[in-house]
Design a protein. Sequence first.
Length: 141
Amino acid sequence: MPRQTFRYAACGGTNTLLDIFIFFISYNFIYHKKIVDLGFVAFEPYIAAFITSFCVSFPIGFLLMRHIVFTSSTLHGRVQFFRYFMLVVTCILLNYVFIKLFVERFHIYPTVAKVLTTVIVVTFSYLTQKHYTFKTEQAGA
């Protein structure tokens, strides 16, 4: 396995576990499984937990990818950050679309649908990060 792929898997896996852990703690112990009412908007507790975990795992994920996985990128940090943010938003949408498609259209069991979706989205994410978000200028280009 190439070193970069191993680092991607290790960093991405660790960040995913952190995200799930923060989601769990937020949902169960911070929001106590109750609606979060801010006065002008209310969130279901799982949405509030998702927002909380995203606010932690997103910057950590970016820093891991930038400083550990894709260290030879020649792009400026702000460009990488913007591209990473757009990729994360795209991956959230892809997760939603593929899970709905697999479960509702193809009648695949939800857990299997989640596994298939994860394989597709992680592959897409890795290739996008490697060739776009943290791309390296080619010699002579």
